[in-house]
Design a protein around this ligand. Structure first.
Ligand SMILES: Cc1cc2nc3c(=O)[nH]c(=O)nc-3n(C[C@H](O)[C@H](O)[C@H](O)COP(=O)(O)OP(=O)(O)OC[C@H]3O[C@@H](n4cnc5c(N)ncnc54)[C@H](O)[C@@H]3O)c2cc1C
Length: 385
């Protein structure tokens, strides 16, 4: 019987704490958040108070200096509890690392402690109406004017977009250059000229806010640039493996949870005077889910180990992200089928997980772009987003 080996006793103790936190502070409110299209500020603050935000950030910046396994535990437990509303991992494991890795001491002092405390919420805005996969072609401009940048443009599909206090914006500082003309600039949520558009109506992830953002000659001091001028694309490329691994961790945990929900349901549900689980078709379907999810689990845990050693490359991360996303969509569909009509009802976690799963083949780099990265690596590697 396959057993996971990557977590220590301390990680499992942390897992128990995370489960209790979710039971108390997330699950009871999630239905309401789905109606609201976003979670509450109180939930962010509670997560900060319980030390669940920015755990891998050094203690001097308000974090716990924890290894990435603690992030993995939080991602897994949120996935198993169908808690898709809180954009915690984007905030803690995508936005905060940009500030930590590329920020000046002043930027780290200013932003990381309140982010770890849940007082400030972070977002990252790359995608635009006319450029998603083709990130080099973004149009949002940042023009230097004395000691300020003036930012004009539009972003779309931005997670935490409604609630964010800080947005890291990918801008063109030199439109003549492609990738080398992109810089990352931090925009505070209350800057004049910065407007949030609609909270977009998605087919899943209903409790998570996803927004259009508009920048109408937004002025920020030059000190808001993150990393050097023209270094934005390189920074994005360096951080994407962790973002893609996170998606794989989440997807794998969701498949495992779906298998458990399905085994429980088919054991109780009767048809033709027998348990659904007694049909050979049910056992065969679930045998496939079990086998494929175990194979995925082995690879994803290995990727986590490599990431802990700083050895996870873009190709391994792309394989983990692509396979986990596609397997999640396919296997959740098979599980949902075994629920019959109940599987199509929103009150069942399998229905929500099925709707949430579709996003993973698109966001954070589509599966087609993952195939390009993997495919090109075999033929002299030309880097893609
Ligand atoms: C719920 C959600 C949350 C998101 N959160 C964020 C966020 O926080 N921040 C952010 O910046 N973005 C975010 N995104 C945006 C996401 O990263 C993009 O949607 C994604 O990168 C795809 O870009 P696009 O939508 O412009 O599709 P397009 O790039 O227009 O792609 C359309 C289709 O063409 C295919 N295609 C494109 N190029 C190629 C190619 N070279 N070869 C083969 N096929 C190709 C794609 O795979 C896709 O199937 C989010 C998206 C969603 C759905």
């Amino acid at each position: 019987m396959f057993q996971r080996t990557i977590f220590s006793h301390e990680h499992e103790t942390y897992r128990d704490n995370v489960r209790r936190f979710i039971e108390e502070h997330i699950t009871p409110y999630h239905d309401q958040w789905e109606e609201d299209g976003q979670i509450s500020r109180e939930a962010w603050k509670a997560a900060g108070d319980h030390g669940l935000l920015c755990a891998s950030t050094p203690e001097k910046y308000g974090g716990a200096d924890a290894d990435f396994l603690y992030s993995a535990v939080l991602i897994e437990e949120m996935a198993k509890a169908s808690a898709s509303g809180p954009g915690f991992y984007l905030h803690s494991d995508i936005v905060a690392p940009y500030i930590y890795h590329y920020g000046t001491d002043e930027q780290k002092d200013r932003w990381l402690p309140p982010m770890a405390a849940g007082d400030k919420i972070g977002a990252i805005a790359m995608t635009e109406p006319s450029a998603g996969s083709d990130l080099q072609n973004i149009k949002t401009r940042a023009i230097r004017d004395g000691d300020e940048f003036v930012i004009s443009g539009q972003k779309v599909y931005i997670t935490n977009g409604q609630m964010s206090d800080l947005v890291i914006v990918a801008c063109k500082t030199d439109p003549k250059e492609g990738a080398r003309g992109i810089s990352l600039i931090m925009v505070e949520g209350d800057r004049a000229g910065f407007k949030r558009g609609r909270n977009l109506n998605k087919i899943g992830w209903k409790a998570q806010d996803t927004s259009e953002l508009f920048f109408d000659e937004v002025r920020v001091p030059v000190e808001n640039m993150l990393g050097g001028e023209g270094r934005g694309f390189v920074g994005l490329m360096e951080q994407l493996p962790q973002e893609r691994l996170i998606q794989a961790i989440r997807a794998t945990a969701v498949i495992e949870a779906a298998l458990n929900w399905t085994v429980e349901y088919v054991s109780e549900r009767q048809a033709f005077g027998r348990s659904i689980s007694s049909f050979q078709n049910t056992r065969f379907q679930l045998a496939t889910v079990k086998s494929q999810s175990t194979m995925l689990r082995v690879f994803v845990d290995r990727c986590i180990e490599m990431h802990l050693k700083g050895e996870l490359d873009a190709v391994d991360a792309a394989m983990a992200k692509m396979m986990s996303a596609e397997m999640m969509c396919e296997l959740l569909d098979d599980c949902l089928q075994l629920f019959g009509g109940s599987g199509y009802m929103w009150e069942y976690p399998i229905a929500r997980a099925w709707a949430d799963a579709r996003m993973s083949r698109i966001a954070g780099g589509t599966c087609e772009i993952m195939r390009e990265i993997i495919g090109r690596s075999m033929f002299g590697n030309k880097q893609l987003a």
